[in-house]
Design a protein around this ligand. Sequence first.
Ligand code: PGA
Length: 252
Amino acid sequence: MPTPLLAGNWKLNGARNEARALAEAVAKGCEDVDDREVMIAPTFTALCAVARVLDGTKVKLGGQNLYWEDSGAFTGEVSGPMLAETGCSYVIIGHSERRQFFGDTDYSVAKKVGAAHKAGLAPVLCVGETLEQRENGATLGIVETQLRHGLVNLPQQGYGALVVAYEPVWAIGTGETATPEQAEEVHSAIRGILESILDGEKAAGVRILYGGSVKPSNIDELMACPNINGALVGGASLDAEDFLSIVHYQES
Ligand code: PGA
C-alpha cells in the first residue's frame, strides 16, 4: 500500500501573513505524523514565505499550476524549475477550475505533466466528470480519456512520483461528497487503467486521491476504500483544525 497523501489546495486564498500563520499551524499539528504524507499548495506569491515556515517540518509544498516551458516570453506564467527552486516537491495539474475557467485541456495538461516530471516535481494530475456527464453515464469514459491523455508525456520512470486525484466536478466546493461506493468505483477503474500502462506492482504504488468536499466527517469512510490513497482538500484545508482532523483520519 502506498503512503497516504493528504493535500491541501488553498486555491486563490491566503495572503502572505494568513498563509504563513496557516502553514505554521499545519506544520505544528503534523509533528506526530509519520505514516502519512502531508502537502499544502498556497498561491504563488505565498510560496516563498510558506517554504520558509515548512523548512525542516514534515509538511511538503506544492504549486497549483505550472507552465511547460522553463523560461521565455510567457507573461504571467511560472515554470517547473521555478517551483522546484522555491521548495515545491509537488504540483497540481489540470484541476477542474483550470479546465473550466483558464482553458486547460487534455493537451496542455499532458504538456504540464511532462514538464513537472522534467523539473523533478511530482505531478498531481486531476481528473473528474461534471454532473451532466455522470447523469449521462459517461463518468468512466471521461475519466479514462483525461487520464490516458494526461499521461502521454510521462516516461515510465516518472510513474513512481505520479499522484492522480479523482475530483468529481459536482462535488467540488458544493458540500456534496461522492459516496465511498461512487468514489471507489472510479478509483478502481483508474487503478485498472494504470495497470494497463504499468506493471501491477508499480500501478499499485501510484497514489489515487479523492477530492470534492472532503471534511473531517467523511474522511474516515473515504479512506477505508481500498483504492483511495489520500485526499485533495479545498475548503476544509483553509481551516487548520479541520485540515488537521482530516490528516489524522482514523484507519479502519
Ligand atoms: P473542496 O475542493 O474540498 O472545496 O470541494 C477540492 C478541490 O477543488 O481540490
